[in-house]
Design a protein around this ligand. Structure first.
Ligand code: ADP
Length: 419
């Protein structure tokens, strides 16, 4: 076939020209030449058979070979490459062939080029549509999660707030009803006032948790860095929880781990709150007669504190979710407002707050557990990684300002710290 012969005559110079224009560097050019040879082989087949579909496989391979980001951004489309192949043929054919042969060859190759453009454009559009559908799906599931979180908030808040409110209402109305002698009245009133007091305290705690979550969400949690010793914080927590441990027949073993007696700079109140949340959860989710162990170690630049319990455990699938707002597991309606009762779940804000506190300190928190099983009780192990700071970041900053003589800056910083 005459056109195939013409094709063979221009092929070598054509290949060199395209490779020279499109591939920079010897090595890249070599690889590109191999690819091009393959394309030319298929083009030759397409010319002799009259079927442009011979090019499809190589076009698919080239489209696939583009990097993920190139495909997503619709960059580096095959169009420029195909355009250069065609332009180079036009030049080379005019250089090597007489005008009539050059026209014949162009006549045969042009429909193949049109097919290659159309087919690769279809492939690229498919890939782009697939990518966009994936993005849409991601956006849809994020919206769904946000919506769920909103309705979770309403049901959890309503449930959690109603329990202490009912308590307050009940005792308050009983107070109004008592018709007893003075001594009896005093004794009864004391019980009722205590009931009202605990209801109010629980309401305050829930509202404070909500405020903390919103501070963390808005990056507004301010830390007051001071020298802190973990042994002191854990000692206070042990003392605070000892009555509950006795009541629930639980053992708490706080080990003298490396870093336990070390002074670090942290916000003592917030750090205590974080440790308390993990410790009280360990108590809540461990059945009576269980054991809680606090240990740790020094890693480069960090102290790792671990709180291990012999409780009901957490499914691997839920181990990230529990750190999200309202990530408490189980049915909202079954949640009691008990703070230390076995499985006495709360609003599901404790862990997100703890995570926020630890991360604002520059640390990290995560959990390990073989899974959830109330019979076997595989237990959970919470890890808290805290940076070993030997000075407050506030001081570091003011030291930075001093050499520059920026006393005003320091003053403003200190004022902000005080406010
Ligand atoms: P809650 O107020 O429900 O305790 P948290 O944010 O403190 O909320 O905890 C979220 C959820 O994580 C809990 O509802 C519970 O399902 C799970 N969880 C937390 N700590 C433990 C633990 N030590 N053992 C088993 N499950 C836990």
């Amino acid at each position: 076939m005459r056109v195939v012969e013409l094709f063979d005559r221009v092929r070598e110079r054509w290949g060199e020209r395209v490779a020279y224009r499109l591939a920079r560097g010897e090595r890249v050019r070599e690889i590109f030449r191999d690819e091009l040879e393959h394309y030319f082989d298929l083009m030759r087949q397409a010319i002799s058979s009259g079927d442009p579909a011979w090019l499809n496989d190589v076009l698919e391979q080239w489209t696939e070979a583009r990097t993920q980001s190139e495909r997503e951004q619709r960059e580096a489309s095959l169009f420029p490459i195909l355009g250069h192949i065609m332009l180079s043929l036009n030049h080379v054919a005019r250089e090597i062939l007489n005008p009539e042969d050059a026209l014949d060859l162009m006549d045969a190759v042009l429909p193949l080029h049109a097919h290659a453009l159309q087919y690769s454009s279809q492939l690229e559009t498919d890939i782009y549509v697939h990518h966009i559908s994936g993005e849409l799906e991601k956006a849809r599931s994020t919206l769904e999660r946000l919506d769920r979180s909103k309705s979770d908030f309403i049901s959890v808040a309503a449930h959690e707030l109603r329990t202490p409110l009912t308590l307050i209402e009940g005792y308050a109305s009983m107070l109004g009803d008592i018709h007893l002698n003075e001594a009896q009245k005093m004794a009864q009133a004391e019980i009722m006032l205590h009931g009202i007091g605990s209801g109010v305290q629980r309401l305050r705690e829930i509202i404070e948790d909500m405020i903390d979550v919103s501070l963390i969400d808005n990056d507004m949690l301010k830390l007051n860095f001071q020298p802190v010793w973990l042994n002191q914080l854990l000692g206070i927590a042990h003392h605070e929880i000892s009555a509950v441990l006795a009541e629930r027949d639980l053992t708490l073993d706080i080990q003298d781990f490396p870093g336990y007696n070390e002074m670090i700079f942290a916000d003592p109140e917030r750090l205590y709150q974080a440790l308390w949340n993990i410790l009280s959860n360990a108590v809540k989710y461990t059945p009576n007669q269980g054991k809680i162990t606090i240990s740790g170690r020094i890693l480069s630049g960090f102290i790792e504190v671990t709180i291990t319990d012999t409780g009901i455990g957490i499914n691997p699938d839920d181990q990230e979710r529990i750190f999200e707002k309202f990530g408490r597991l189980g049915n909202v309606a079954l949640h009691s407002s008990g703070k230390t009762k076995f499985k006495g779940g709360g609003p599901g804000l404790g862990l997100p707050i703890t995570k926020g506190i630890v991360e604002t300190h520059g640390g990290a928190i995560w959990v390990e557990s073989d899974g959830y099983d109330e019979t076997i009780c595989p237990g959970s192990k919470f890890h808290i990684l805290l940076p070993i700071r030997k000075e407050s970041p506030d001081e570091k900053l003011s030291k930075l300002f001093e050499p520059l003589g920026e006393q005003r800056q320091t003053k403003r910083w200190n004022q902000r710290r005080k406010s």
